[in-house]
Structures are given as structure tokens and as C-alpha cells.
Design a protein around this ligand. Structure first.
Ligand code: CDP
Length: 211
């Protein structure tokens, strides 16, 4: 039996951390869909055509290092506005979502476009400043020489581009549960997400996904 959890939200809102934690808690598979767009963005920086790169994306592209840089993130949000790029990545994401045993996907359009029938939809937000501080910490830990203003500008530029695009813009699905993590630590945010998922599983009569 499949059970799909869709987690969307703006850059560095905490969706990846929550996605990984709930996948582990329930034994579901997890897909960080941002990595697909980052991998295409990286290939484009290296000179590839965006649509060709998306159509020929392979496991080796996702396993390549250097996908977490700010340069690749900006390239990702540019290629993500191209409808043919999104179309090329659609079937893989939908097949992942339907896998037996449950799946968690995090991204921008999971609840709206990829999995409109997801069993649980979460839309994770946090204030711009809190998101920038979290991303700054990650980038400093990677040894980058970067300041808060630059990180904030990077997140805002991407959110603006992601929200304004015509195809699959960043926005909450109408039936998404809003999770504002501005004042929540990781454990508390994860606990709330687990609560929403447990309630949805309970509506299925308390059966586990593996039955
Ligand atoms: O980790 P962070 O929130 O900074 O970004 P990400 O989830 O890795 O996504 C990088 C970029 O890919 C985003 O800014 C979006 O432009 C794009 N993306 C998208 O368009 N649709 C998705 N489902 C996931 C990511």
C-alpha cells in the first residue's frame, strides 16, 4: 500500500530536515526533489542544455558533489522555471511517490502538481531572517566565507523566482497543513509533522502502511 507525504515550502524553511526525520520515523522512502533541479542546474553551469540535461538525468548526477552551493541553487531555480525541464522530471517523482511502503517528497510543487492526492500535505514556512540564519549556519559549517545579508538576498531572489513562475509556482495546496517553524526547534517541528501524519494514518483505520 502506498502512502504519500508531500512537504513544500520556501528555501531553507526546514522541509528537508522534517522530510528526512519523518521518513525515518515511519520507515518511508524520502526524496529531496530540490536535488533534481540542483543537478540540472549544475549540468547547465557546466555547459549543458537545460532540457537535455533534465531528460538525461541519472543517478550519477544526483550523487555528484557540489550540489549544495549557492551558485547551483540559483541555477536550479532558473532551470526550474522551464516547463520542459519540469515535465522531464515528473514521471520519476510520481513513481517515487507511489512506491509501496510509503514515501515522503519535499519540494515546491509536490502537494499542488506532483501529488495532488497526497495523503498528507505540509507547507513549511519560517520568517526570512530565521531561514537565512539557518542557511548561514550550514554554509559557514561548510567553510564558506559568507554573511547574513548575502544569504538573505539569495533566499529572497529564489523565493521570488519560484513564486512568480507560470508553471508549478511555489504556493501552498489548498488542503495543506501550514507549519510555521519560525519559533520551533527541529524536534518540535518534527513532532508536529509526525502528529499530522499519525492522524492521517489513523483515518485509515489504524493500519500500518506495510499491511
Ligand atoms: O534547500 P533549499 O530549500 O534551499 O532548495 P531546494 O529544495 O534544494 O531547491 C532548489 C531550487 O529548485 C528551488 O529554489 C526551486 O527553484 C527548485 N525546485 C522546484 O522548482 N521544485 C521542486 N519540487 C523542488 C525544487
Amino acid at each position: 500500500m502506498s502512502f504519500t507525504v508531500a512537504i513544500d515550502g520556501p528555501a531553507a524553511s526546514g522541509k528537508g530536515t522534517i522530510g528526512r526525520a519523518v521518513a525515518e520515523r515511519f520507515g518511508f522512502a524520502h526524496l529531496d526533489t530540490g536535488l533534481l533541479y540542483r543537478a540540472v542546474g549544475k549540468r547547465v553551469i557546466e555547459g549543458a542544455d537545460p532540457v537535455g540535461a533534465a531528460r538525461s538525468l541519472g543517478a550519477e548526477d544526483l550523487e555528484a558533489g557540489g550540489l549544495r552551493t549557492a551558485e547551483v541553487a540559483q541555477a536550479a531555480s532558473k532551470v526550474a522555471a522551464i516547463p520542459e525541464v519540469r515535465a522531464a522530471l515528473l514521471d520519476f517523482q510520481r513513481a517515487f511517490a507511489r512506491r509501496a511502503g510509503g514515501a515522503v517528497l519535499d519540494g515546491r510543487d509536490i502537494g499542488t502538481v506532483i501529488c495532488p492526492d497526497a495523503d498528507v500535505k505540509l507547507y513549511v514556512i519560517a520568517s526570512d531572517e530565521v531561514r537565512a540564519r539557518r542557511r548561514l549556519k550550514e554554509r559557514l559549517a561548510r567553510g564558506e566565507d559568507v554573511g547574513l545579508e548575502e544569504v538573505l538576498a539569495d533566499l529572497r531572489a529564489r523565493d521570488q523566482r519560484d513564486s512568480a513562475r507560470a508553471t508549478a509556482p511555489l504556493k501552498p495546496a489548498e488542503d495543506a497543513v501550514l507549519l510555521d517553524t519560525t519559533h520551533l526547534g527541529i524536534d518540535e517541528a518534527v513532532a508536529r509533522a509526525i502528529g499530522v501524519i499519525e492522524a492521517a494514518l489513523g483515518e485509515r483505520g489504524g493500519r500500518t502502511v506495510r499491511e
